[in-house]
Ligand binder design. Structure first.
Ligand code: F6P
Length: 600
């Protein structure tokens, strides 16, 4: 039986096992036996391979005390330190001087990267090794944006020609649709596209589309065309998507890596019905195309395999934006030259990530700082705050890439992790977020923030006669917020301002809250590609360092299989009028309530 020896330590005298504060102590207290069992198993299963048992990790743990003795206000007064924490690459500038870190911290993080074999892991990824061990797959999204003449091998085969074959197919098809040489069954131009997909088959393309939508070059290329995304199985989402569209002028792209995802297939059947009811079943071949790795199921669904765009199992769903998943709908909307520019931006970061020294490597720096914040300083959350309305869908995309990749409980070798991996990502564009959750960020919990700013607005600025333009106004906030978080405001400063004493505690800002700032020169297709690749690789750096498999997602399966049991029961209740059975008390009551209200 465990003994609670302090609020953050559990000690089992019989086995001598001590659960330290690095464990999730709350759940240890609630389920001590479970945690002890996990801990004991992790010892049996070779926990010595875990990164937390290295000297480099322990060294960083001890270093937290040094950092706790200082304040960002103090750290920011060292110009040399700040200078060493500013990195430029390909028009972008990263400033991480407002991280609770010193040059010594960075050296220790680079040491951690070394013992985590980060360089070797990155090389393995680019070499096409099966680093996604639990699915025995390569992880080669970098091949999706590699220049045509490059060589990237998967199982001995150069995959770049295959990638470009599909890109050429996308180019050709999207041109035909855009110039009306491919038309709908009644001879009308297909001017609108609905892309059906969910998760990785939706969030990335939506982010890129939203970001391009206000870019002048993209606007000109899009003309009056519309691109919409249908993801949710909720009939409300179907209604939103088809409202105002005419099946005669609509092309539906069904995007699903597996072509089995319940929501996507149901939505695909729904829009097939919408098209065939209006135009007859034969119209499907002209109005529906697909993107998938499973071309057999595409054909079975009734989509002509000639109208299918392939990708490969070495592309993870959430890393698939640069495959036909994103490139087909975006090329239909904006034309191929725009998507090619986007791919070039991503590729520039791929080369940088592969070859730049870690001290100057944007994704590596960002990834290691995340590990520092999550695993050492104990900040599990990160806010992604683009000061650009065009990036409003960036945080939701990164939320999936990050949380589905690194939200893991065991190491890549299956050893339970005695530390928390993964981070909770959320975000909103500034300044909107400032009027929503920034209160908590400034005076409540500590949440490391990523501020993303753009030098040149996509759109013309207004009110030039005023003190500042509206873009300057936006950017004033981008520059001010990181300092407000870092420096805070002391009671002494408030007293000097004659703030009434009873308000001083309420108006005090402790500060010392970490953030980093990324400044992009502009927001065109190229920069959007850069931004995507920086975050994709950052997440991989975190996963490699924690020693988890960032490329599988077994955690989504249990919910899916339970939903299928419920689905079966709902069907039987609807058709046979039988009450639901086989569920626990609470679910049975809720389900019966749903069925009762439904039949009313
Ligand atoms: O449920 C999670 C997930 O498997 C994601 O990883 C994936 O991007 C999404 O579902 C959609 O899968 P698919 O592209 O196979 O329809």
């Amino acid at each position: 039986k465990p003994v609670v020896s302090s609020s953050s330590r559990l000690h089992c005298p019989a086995s001598g096992i001590v659960l330290s504060s690095s464990l999730n102590v709350n759940s240890s207290v609630m389920f001590p036996d479970v945690k002890l069992e996990l801990k004991a198993r992790s010892i049996d299963m070779g926990s010595s391979t875990l990164i937390c048992h290295t000297e480099a990790w322990q060294d960083l743990k001890a270093h937290v005390e040094d950092i706790n003795r200082t304040h960002l206000r103090h750290l920011m007064s060292d110009n040399e330190r700040c200078k060493s924490m500013m990195v430029e690459f390909d028009g972008m500038m990263l400033d991480y001087s407002r991280q609770r870190a010193t040059d010594e911290t960075m050296d220790k993080l680079f040491k951690l990267a070394e013992v985590a074999h980060l360089k070797e892991n990155i090389t393995s990824m680019y070499n096409g090794d099966h680093i996604n061990k639990t699915e025995n797959r390569s992880v080669l999204h970098v091949a999706l944006r590699a220049p045509r003449d490059s060589v990237i091998r998967c199982d001995g085969k150069n995959v770049v020609p295959d990638v470009w074959k599909v890109l050429d197919q996308i180019h050709d098809f999207s041109e035909k649709v855009r110039n009306s040489s491919w038309v709908g069954v009644t001879g009308k131009t297909l001017k609108d596209v609905i892309s059906i997909g969910i998760g990785g088959s939706y969030l990335g393309p939506l982010f890129v589309h939203t970001a391009l939508q206000t870019d002048p070059e993209a606007i000109e290329c899009a003309g009056s065309r519309q691109l919409r995304f249908l993801a949710n199985v909720d009939p409300v989402d179907v209604a939103r998507n088809i409202t105002g569209l005419n099946p005669e002028t609509t092309l539906v792209v069904v995007v699903s890596k597996t072509f089995t995802t319940a929501e996507t297939m149901l939505n695909a059947r729904t829009l097939r019905e919408w098209i065939s009811t209006a135009l007859g079943p034969a119209a499907v071949s002209k109005h529906m195309v697909a993107v998938s790795t499973n071309l057999t199921l595409v054909e079975k669904f009734g989509i002509d395999p000639n109208n299918a765009f392939a990708f490969w199992d070495w592309v993870g769903g959430r890393y698939s934006v640069c495959s036909a998943v994103g490139m087909l709908p975006l090329s239909l909307q904006y034309g191929f030259p725009v998507v090619e520019k986007f791919l070039r931006g991503a590729s520039s970061i791929d080369q940088h990530f592969y070859s730049a020294p870690f001290q100057k490597n944007l994704p590596v720096l960002l990834g290691l700082l995340s590990v520092w914040n999550v695993s050492f300083l104990g900040y599990p959350t990160r806010a992604i705050l683009p000061y650009s309305q065009a990036l409003e869908k960036f945080a939701p995309h990164i939320q999936q890439v990050s949380m589905e990749s690194n939200g893991k409980g065991v190491s890549i070798d299956g050893v339970p992790l005695p530390f928390e991996a993964g981070e909770v990502d959320f975000g909103e564009p500034g300044t909107n977020g400032q009027h929503s959750f920034y209160q908590l960020i400034h005076q409540g919990r500590v949440i490391p923030c990523d501020f993303i700013g753009v030098v040149k607005s996509q759109q013309p600025v207004w009110l030039k006669g005023e003190l500042v333009t509206n873009h300057d106004e936006l950017m004033s906030n981008f520059f001010a917020q990181p300092d407000a978080l870092a420096y805070g405001k002391t009671p002494e400063e408030l007293q000097k301002e004659n703030v009434p004493q009873h308000l001083v505690p309420h108006k005090t800002f402790i500060g010392n809250r970490p953030s980093l700032s990324l400044l992009l020169p502009s927001l065109n297709a190229y920069n959007i590609g850069q931004l995507l690749a920086i975050y994709e690789h950052r997440i991989a750096v975190e996963g490699f360092t924690w020693g988890v498999n960032s490329f599988d997602q077994w955690g989504v399966e249990l919910g899916k299989s339970l939903a299928s049991q419920v689905r079966k029961q709902l069907h039987e209740s609807h058709t046979k009028g039988e009450p639901v059975k086989g569920f626990n008390f609470s679910t049975t009551i809720m389900l019966n309530k749903y069925l009762e209200e439904f039949s009313d």
